[in-house]
Ligand binder design. Structure first.
Ligand code: CAO
Length: 425
């Protein structure tokens, strides 16, 4: 026989005057024993109160915002079963998930989750979640609207949030080749404690290139091979050309020769003109020669790409380099013009420095850093002669390129630069 039961707040430990933050049922609902009725929230944890009985809700005696303690009347329920003694029905005294929530609440907020993960689940539609779950998700940095709910009527559960986090954490690991690398968080420092400061936001370009540089730096095993190319003859020729083409407003810098010499080296060593495919198991060899050139702009680094450099001569390359770097500095380079590169060159030769270790511009496999050429005494035919030496730094992806291959590549490149007739071969 149906019987009206009073459902009371069970033992919730030492907590008193706890807020009701959500009603999970309404009058008329048919529920089963252990279905959650209301969500309570303390300053440490969120907890759902389950029903000790199955039946139909007759009347709610609380509303959102009410404060309750152990023994407070929550609702009246028309029970469809015989009464069970509280000791026989652990649900009556159970405080669901409170220890878990309390533990998690002590953890610092997680970093925002990768955009790709969010997009992947966005198609699942609008989330329906209790405030307790929303708070739980917030503490973990999970955008609850992106979580697919597996609960009743698509309600997002604690498990759903936890699974979302697990999936997001697994993603960068997979991208990094499953190495499970964990990086300690940067310390949060109050710099103002040590002296006057000014806070300046990073430019949009720096934010985008910074994320890519970071990914490439941590996910590609870089090795940098150094060499010096004797460009004494090349420089004499460049100066001649420079005078000739100055009238046409074309500035011929060593960079045009470098682009051309790199193309010749890529033709000789095709595995440098390649990328790993998405699965990381095949090499995609390219039959075109598009060379990225790092350009320093007031807003940060950009790497526009010179297309079909193999089909262009030194003068045309010099002209295009001049136009391209000017347009980059005027922010006129489009995203499409920065795509499709096979190999990049980063020249700091106009500024100075002896060598540096450039970061590979993935999915390319290598990048050439160029520093400032200087006159050095070189030993030739039992004597020292003054030669103009150009420092080269070749960073390469050691997953694909062996050290011996990199050494052969850079030695070949140096020979081509030392004897520009080879550019025509
Ligand atoms: N050794 C000696 N002199 C060099 C040189 C070298 N390796 N490279 C260039 N120079 C000289 C040029 O001949 C030019 O001299 P003059 O003015 O007397 O003719 C002067 O240095 C300035 O050259 P430049 O920098 O204007 O031209 P460039 O073609 O060498 O470079 C560009 C163009 C766009 C690549 C360059 O301006 C630039 O932005 N470099 C920075 C790239 C960068 O930031 N890389 C770091 C990325 S992090 O890996």
């Amino acid at each position: 026989m149906a019987e009206i039961k009073q459902v009371l707040v069970p033992d919730i430990g030492d907590y008193k005057d706890v807020s009701i933050i959500e009603l999970l049922v309404k009058a008329g609902d048919t529920i089963k024993a252990e279905d959650n009725l209301v969500t309570l929230e303390t300053d440490k944890a969120a907890m759902d109160v389950p029903s000790p009985y199955s039946g139909v809700i007759r009347e709610l005696k609380v509303k959102v915002g009410d404060k309750v303690s152990q023994g407070s009347l929550i609702l009246l329920l028309e029970s469809s079963e015989a009464a069970a003694a509280p000791k026989d029905n652990p649900a009556a005294a159970q405080v669901m998930a409170a220890p878990v929530a309390a533990k998690l609440a002590e953890k610092p907020a997680a970093a925002p989750l990768p955009a790709q993960t969010m997009q992947a689940v966005a198609a699942n539609g609008k989330a329906h979640a209790s405030p307790a779950i929303r708070r739980f998700a917030r503490e973990l940095g999970v955008p609850v609207a992106q979580v697919k709910g597996s609960g009743e009527k698509g309600r997002v559960t604690k498990d759903d949030v936890q699974n979302f986090v697990k999936a997001a954490l697994a993603q960068p690991r997979a991208a990094a080749g499953g190495n499970g690398m964990q990086v300690a968080a940067m310390p949060v420092v109050d710099f103002a404690k040590f002296g006057a400061i000014e806070t300046r936001p990073l430019s949009r370009i720096k934010k985008i290139s910074g994320a890519n540089l970071h990914r490439n730096w941590v996910s590609i095993p870089h090795v940098t091979q150094f060499d010096e190319a004797d460009i004494t003859e090349m420089e004499a020729f460049r100066k001649e050309l420079g005078v000739e083409y100055a009238k046409q407003n074309i500035k011929i810098t060593p960079l045009a020769f470098l682009v051309k010499a790199v193309v010749v080296a890529l033709q000789q060593f095709p595995e440098f003109n390649a990328s790993l495919d998405a699965g990381g198991e095949n090499l995609v060899l390219k039959q075109y020669f598009h060379i990225g050139v790092a350009v320093d702009t007031p807003d940060g680094l950009m790497v526009p790409v010179l297309r079909d450099a193999d089909k262009k001569g030194i003068v045309q390359l010099a002209r295009e380099l001049g136009e391209m770097s000017a347009r980059a500095r005027e922010k006129k380079i489009t995203a499409a013009e920065m795509q499709g590169g096979c190999f990049s060159i980063s020249s700091l030769g106009g500024i100075g420095g002896t060598a540096f270790t450039p970061i590979i511009n993935a999915p390319e496999l290598a990048i050439l850093g160029v520093s400032r050429a200087v006159i050095k005494p070189m030993h030739q035919d039992d004597t020292f002669v003054a030669r103009l030496m150009l420092p080269l730094s070749l960073s390469y992806d050691h997953r694909v390129i062996d050290g011996a291959a990199a050494a052969r590549f850079i030695v070949f490149l140096s020979q081509v630069l030392a004897d520009t007739r080879r550019l025509a071969l």
